[in-house]
Design a protein around this ligand. Structure first.
Ligand SMILES: [Zn+2]
Length: 409
């Protein structure tokens, strides 16, 4: 069902019981409601500020769930390469989950080729007439997933993010989370990509929105390379599918530790190491933008490019990096996920200050392409921390498991 705005019947947008509750986006944070005198209604009304960009959910407006009839279809899948043994294994388990319902956490290492693992599951769901959604925390990922899905399937795919409207009938949707607010008990297969990348305060509401958008007997698949402990703990053991191998069947690069404090780095102690570099692109991650800026001054003779989250020209800069125009890039964690490029090396400054999940994602940028690149991952530190140890342990364990199962060479 889809939720349609109406003027008089259905459920009120904002309900006041013990405090306010938004029926559209499930917001219950009282600070995010606003009450004022409305002249049209000639009374005080309260509206929800969370979903204001999408709808006008108030104490005086209503939503009507509208049924969308099932429409089974046989989707052709154009795949011009064979799946790896691991991808076939995952694919089979996902199809089983689609047929039997329930939820799964796919713990797949960076570069495992997750997209290809879900194709058969999507085909199965559509054949059974179930609606499919792939949900991602970021608009750029939504666009990328759409391009790949559109290449694999001849299907009417709705792509939804802020400012985009429905083109088809919501049977195969790729969207950001807020777009899920439109739906109730609608999706028989709901895939949540990079579930650990959602902003933390959103977790609980996200889970409720996902649960409401999914059909009662629906299947939910959560994908992540780095499940935080709390997330992993929320799943039963049999619900977790571990996928330790990369699609190119080589092990994950294991980070090396190097003792070098931030202070020494700012004094120029990385210069010799930088001079020794002759090929490839180096990503140097910083946890602190001030340190990054200071380091850019220290190492200005190497002409590092700096990129950070609030950087207005970051999209252009990322394109330049992709085009191979910069050999040395100083960055905050914005390039931690999703960024792939041939010939990448990764250094992490003050690595003890990052979480293990973050360190695994950064290390996971290296050797992602099909052609082998003997890239290095170095964690600079001034004292090895638990998170550093956990990151390395996890990478080694994944490599061992992949080897044992015969999924890497
Ligand atoms: Zn709302």
């Amino acid at each position: 069902m889809a939720l349609l705005e109406t003027s008089c019947s259905g459920m009120p947008g904002v309900i006041k019981a013990q405090g306010y509750h938004c029926s559209y986006c499930l917001n219950e944070d009282q600070r995010l409601f606003y009450t004022y005198f409305n002249h049209q209604f000639q009374k005080e009304i309260t509206y929800c500020r969370v979903c204001i960009m999408m709808t006008w959910s108030t104490t005086e407006t209503y939503y009507q769930p509208v049924a969308i009839p099932d429409a089974p279809e046989q989707l052709e899948c154009h795949l011009d390469f064979a799946l790896t043994a691991q991808q076939n294994y995952a694919s089979r388990l996902i199809v089983e989950a689609v047929e039997s319902g329930g939820r799964r956490l796919l713990h797949a290492v960076t570069g495992a080729g997750k997209t290809e693992m879900i194709l058969k599951g999507i085909q199965t769901a559509r054949r059974l007439g179930r609606n499919v959604a792939i949900v991602s925390p970021r608009v750029d990922v939504v666009k990328e997933v759409y391009l790949r899905m559109a290449a694999y399937f001849d299907a009417d795919i709705d792509v939804l993010y802020e400012g985009q409207s429905l083109a088809y009938s919501s049977r195969f949707v790729i969207c950001t989370v807020p777009q899920l607010y439109r739906y109730m008990h609608h999706f028989g297969l709901l895939i949540v990509d990079e579930v650990d990348a959602f902003p933390l305060p959103m977790d609980e509401r996200l889970m409720r929105c996902v649960a409401r958008a999914a059909a009662a007997d629906g299947t939910m698949i959560y994908l992540t390379a780095t499940p935080p402990r709390a997330l992993r703990a929320a799943f039963e053991k049999h619900e977790v599918i571990t996928l330790p191998a990369r699609y190119h069947e080589r092990p994950l690069p294991v980070p090396r530790f190097k003792y070098l404090s931030v202070k020494s780095i700012l004094k120029g102690r990385l210069a010799a190491r930088l001079e020794r570099r002759h090929s490839g692109t180096l990503l140097v991650f910083f946890n602190d933008i001030q340190v990054m800026t200071a380091a850019a001054v220290t190492y200005q003779s190497f002409k590092p490019l700096t990129v950070f989250a609030a950087d207005r020209s970051r999209h252009d800069k990322v394109e330049e990096i992709r085009a191979g125009k910069h050999r040395i890039v100083f960055t905050t964690t914005i390039l931690e996920r999703g960024f792939t490029l041939a010939g990448l090396d990764v250094w992490v400054v003050d690595s003890g200050s990052f979480t293990a999940e973050c360190l695994i994602q950064m290390a996971g940028r290296v050797d992602r392409k099909r052609e082998y690149y003997d890239g290095e991952v170095i964690f600079f530190h001034d004292g090895v921390t638990l998170s550093m140890q956990r990151a390395v342990k996890e990478i080694q364990t994944m490599n061992q498991t992949a080897k044992r199962r015969g999924w890497i060479k």
